[in-house]
Design a binder for this molecule. Structure first.
Ligand SMILES: NC(=O)c1ccc[n+]([C@@H]2O[C@H](COP(=O)([O-])OP(=O)(O)OC[C@H]3O[C@@H](n4cnc5c(N)ncnc54)[C@H](OP(=O)(O)O)[C@@H]3O)[C@@H](O)[C@H]2O)c1
Length: 307
């Protein structure tokens, strides 16, 4: 028998459908309240989504643990907790599509001035003078070349944009992060779709933003701490850049934070991954991962070097 611990009864139901389930013992525990009987046998743990991390004291109850599976793409709070020898897997593919959709929606809304038109609508004002730029022949730099970045790139290319990626590993069409400074002066749009790591924290700082041409648009749908909030605020206030942010630093944004009143900014409260379809995709990932685990096959989405 293999014991698996999941945070929700729905996860247990999803596992009940997979082939080979007769070999599974499924415990439901999200880390709050007393641990269920049999916790010491657990080999595969599913972390609670958006529910914070298990504490080290919870993990210490599972001496046979081999895998921690998360449903989020970002894994930062878990990294210090993962016991030696335990494999951490993230939720890549669960939230990327909806997050890319939101990033694209924010970008298109800014380019086509939808916030201004919404304001006009509220004031019954017919003002067709605001024609904004479109994506045709515009240069879009994607920081990251993973799930989110690839999807945004494919979408903007449909409208004629020219795309280029920056990622960890240099390859055809993808520059290494060390090259990014030399690329910025040519970009109309920069989309941040990187994990938060020691190498990416604060990457989009005052110098980075100053290198962008006037009128450029910054989109951040990954993690707020990759962008220096004060530096961005200064550029927005100056009217030189505009931005769409689904993620900010800090989160939640305090009511008196100047970002709420910043011009040239469209803001959403970290909702990219939260569309209604995520649960279905998470269950499919869980079923596939547990099937691999039972068959002793390599797992997908294994986190290396912090992401
Ligand atoms: N707003 C939301 O609700 C929401 C939802 C989902 C995800 N996110 C965030 O978005 C991030 C990206 O998600 P994803 O699904 O696109 O991830 P992904 O598929 O894992 O792609 C990550 C990309 O980042 C690149 N990368 C990693 N470390 C780097 C570094 N130090 N320098 C340069 N490039 C680096 C990787 O480069 P290589 O290709 O060379 O390996 C890869 O192309 C997640 O980590 C998460 O924090 C936010």
């Amino acid at each position: 028998m293999v014991a698996i611990c999941v945070p929700e009864p729905d996860d247990a139901a999803a596992l009940g459908e997979i082939a080979g389930h007769a070999r599974l013992t499924i415990l439901v525990w999200d880390g709050s309240g007393p641990a269920p009987d049999g916790i010491g046998e657990v080999e595969f743990l599913v972390g609670p989504y958006m529910g914070g991390a298990f504490g080290p004291e919870n993990l210490a109850l599972m001496p046979r643990l081999r895998v921690i599976q998360l449903f989020s793409a970002g894994v930062e709070p878990w990294l210090p907790l993962v016991p030696d020898g335990v494999v951490l897997c993230n939720g890549r593919g669960v939230h990327g599509g909806s997050t890319a959709e939101l990033g694209l929606a924010g970008l298109l809304a800014l380019l086509h001035r939808l916030p201004d038109y919404l304001s006009d609508q509220h004031h019954a004002r017919w003002d067709p003078q605001r024609g904004g730029p479109d994506l045709d022949d515009r240069r879009v730099l994607l920081l990251g070349a993973g799930d989110i970045a690839q999807r945004v790139a494919t979408a903007v290319e449909v409208f004629g944009a020219r795309t280029h990626f920056v990622a960890r590993t240099e390859r055809e069409g993808v520059s290494a992060l060390a090259e990014v400074a030399g690329l910025l002066g040519d970009q109309d749009v920069v989309v941040v779709a990187l994990p938060l790591t020691a190498a990416t924290e604060g990457l989009v700082d005052a110098q980075f933003l100053a290198a962008l041409p006037d009128g450029a648009v910054l989109v951040n749908v990954s993690r707020g701490r990759i962008v220096d909030t004060d530096a961005l605020l200064a550029e927005l206030t100056r009217g030189r850049l505009s931005a769409f942010l689904d993620v900010v630093e800090p989160e939640p944004l305090p009511a008196d934070h100047p970002l709420w009143r910043a011009p040239n900014l469209l803001l959403t409260p970290h909702v990219g991954g939260g569309s209604s379809g995520w649960r279905r995709r998470a269950e499919r990932l869980l079923q596939a991962q547990v099937t691999r685990f039972l068959a002793d096959e390599p797992l997908a989405n294994v986190v290396h070097d912090g992401y």
